[in-house]
Design a protein around this ligand. Structure first.
Ligand code: SAM
Length: 220
């Protein structure tokens, strides 16, 4: 079945495009597939994992970014009404797309207290009154390399990772979704003072493809 173009949105130095096949949506970033509703098992697994790794029964979980909202839906489901969810999404149009087209099927019941903030998650890290979070879930590119916006490269630098760590509550962790193994990123994160482990996530449409969740625990 062919994808129908729905809308296009600008992001800094790039473009996001929304497509649909019936009730299933796909987002491309600068022509590359960023999120496809036909294969969202690993995004759901990431959301469940965020609740599992939280060290408190009522955690505050920050998700960046929204995409099609599958990770948000899984976090919401796993929390079962406890805790608190904040989402940071670079593109206000993606938030509008979610509200207008996607939420009805992906997140039909919006959790109480959900905040979806427009903006760059890196810039939000510099706000004094932002956080703390028990878990920060990062799924803004296809892994720890800039895809959506060149500025995203800073998120995965030692300095960027330490900025996330500064917004964690004691015993908080960072989870990062990746479509590929990223040994250079692991070395950089370890060099920046994190203990890093990786978990493979449920395969997508192709059983030969694995996705990864990197778990970063500050050792400082
Ligand atoms: C791969 S999608 C997220 C998929 C999501 N986990 C899901 O379940 O649908 C990446 C999202 O991150 C957003 N994004 C990219 N860079 C960002 C940034 N610096 N800050 C916040 N959101 C960002 C994109 O606009 C896009 O909506």
């Amino acid at each position: 079945m062919a994808w129908d173009l729905v809308e296009t949105a600008s992001v800094p130095d790039g473009e996001l495009t929304l497509y649909r096949q019936g009730e299933i949506y796909m987002i491309r970033a600068n022509g590359y597939e960023l999120m496809n509703g036909l294969g969202h098992q690993s995004e759901l697994a990431l959301g469940r994992m965020a609740v599992e790794v939280a060290k408190t029964a009522s955690p505050h979980i920050l998700i960046g970014g929204l995409g099609l909202g599958y990770t948000l839906a899984a976090v919401s489901d796993a929390l079962g009404g406890s805790g608190h969810i904040t989402v940071a999404e670079l593109s206000p149009q993606v938030i509008a797309w979610f509200d207008r087209y996607v939420a009805a099927t992906v997140l039909p019941r919006r959790p109480d207290g959900l905040s979806i903030l427009p903006g760059d998650i890196g810039a939000l890290m510099r706000h004094d009154d932002f956080g703390p979070f028990d878990v920060i879930v990062l799924d803004v590119d296809n892994g720890p390399e800039a895809l959506v916006s060149p500025g995203n490269a800073a998120l995965y630098s030692a300095e960027g990772l330490r900025a996330f760590a500064a917004k964690l509550s004691p015993h908080g962790v960072i989870l990062l979704w990746s479509a590929f193994e990223a040994p250079d990123f692991v070395s950089r994160a370890e060099g920046a003072g994190f203990a890093v482990s990786a978990q493979t996530l449920a395969a997508v449409r192709r059983p030969d493809l694995l996705h990864y969740a990197y778990v970063l625990t500050p050792r400082f």
